[in-house]
Ligand binder design. Structure first.
Ligand code: ADP
Ligand code: MG
Length: 324
């Protein structure tokens, strides 16, 4: 095996954006950063573990991409501008082809968002990837989970649930319909973090969360933090052609609310900011759909097309459910 340091040099220190707020990047004991005045730093960490978050045969380029994308999604939900990343990589072996593809996938997405990889750690062990990402948000302007108020409108970006459909195909070994193979893979491996949307909606949205556990669960986090409830108009939930085909085939409409791994944003907006919200949203390159309202009564409800109200689950996936 090449030395740990040799690997890092070869694959990670060359690439990525060079930022002027980085005094020292990879190569010393610590990175030295020069944060801009008047800004708060938004910091997030995510770990992807082989066998738990991704299958052993995942394309390393996709894994590199997704490792950063999930953290970018957290910054998006905060309205923060991405800046610096660190990468803790645990590898069973030093495979040059694997490392080359992994670093390309990660660094290409980093460059797209102006992120510089400023450090990390490399160890030997079962494959796992941890990215810490830091971004800027003007003081006091971060989008939080606790700002939703009764009467606020609830919106969602994109079409949450598609990754759930893709996962069913993967887990059951279904053959994708002609023309859908790449779409299904992209749903699982190439989520598009809504960074521009989060930043543009600072000062307009009252609360935001990104959908990693499922729309119901993640909106549930907003409701709990805000001390409020919500009623969703179930027939307004946005459906992709993929989801539509799945629903027609199975009759199962639950994935739009329950499927995780979407990395879309769910936002709440005070009624008096609706016009601003829709003007700004129109300039974004992602679908934005109104799906319901925040209520004073706690809990999450859904209204069927015929007007009937149903109680909706706010539980998502819990890695430790069942543990003592
Ligand atoms: P130390 O033992 O002093 O922590 P390392 O040999 O672990 O130093 O790392 C040397 C340099 O390479 C450090 O600047 C560290 O941040 C960086 N580094 C190590 N692993 C990675 C990685 N996977 N990605 C990016 N930078 C890394
Ligand atoms: Mg180290």
């Amino acid at each position: 095996m090449t030395s740990e340091f040799g690997l890092i040099e070869q694959y990670f220190s060359a690439g990525g954006t060079r930022r002027d707020d980085v005094a020292v990047g990879i190569g010393d004991d610590c990175a030295l950063l020069r944060p801009r005045a008047g800004m708060e730093l938004a910091v997030t960490t995510d770990t992807l573990v082989e066998g738990r978050h991704f299958l052993p045969d995942m394309d390393p380029r996709d894994l590199g991409y997704k490792s950063l994308a999930v953290s970018l999604s957290d910054l998006a939900a905060t309205g923060a501008e991405p800046a610096w990343a660190t990468l803790a990589l645990t590898l069973p072996e030093a495979d040059a082809a694997w490392l080359g593809a992994f670093s390309e996938g990660l660094l290409a997405l980093a460059a797209e968002h102006g992120v510089q990889l400023v450090g990390g750690d490399t160890t030997r062990g079962p494959l796992s990837v941890t990215v810490q990402l830091t971004g800027y948000v003007p003081q006091g302007q971060a989008l939080r989970r606790n700002g939703a108020r009764p009467g606020d409108l609830v919106y969602v970006t994109g079409t949450p649930g598609d990754a759930g459909v893709a996962l069913i195909f993967q887990q059951r070994g279904y053959k994708p319909p002609p023309g859908y193979g790449d779409r299904l893979k992209a749903c699982l491996n190439r989520p598009v973090p809504r960074v521009a949307a989060g930043m543009a909606l600072r000062g307009i949205a009252s609360a935001a969360v990104d959908i990693s556990d499922g729309l119901g669960a993640d909106l549930g986090h907003v409701l709990t933090a805000s001390g409020a409830g919500a009623t969703l108009e179930l027939d307004t939930l946005p459906r992709s052609d993929l989801m539509q085909a799945y629903i027609e085939r199975t009759g199962d409409t639950s994935l739009m609310l329950s499927a995780g791994d979407a990395y879309e944003l769910c936002l709440t907006v005070p009624a008096q900011r609706q016009a601003d919200f829709e003007r700004v949203s129109a300039g974004l390159d992602c679908r934005m759909t109104w799906i319901g309202m925040i209520d004073a009564a706690p809990g999450l409800r859904g209204r069927e097309a015929d007007g009937e109200l149903v109680e909706l689950a706010m539980q998502g996936y819990d890695h430790f459910s069942g543990d003592a």
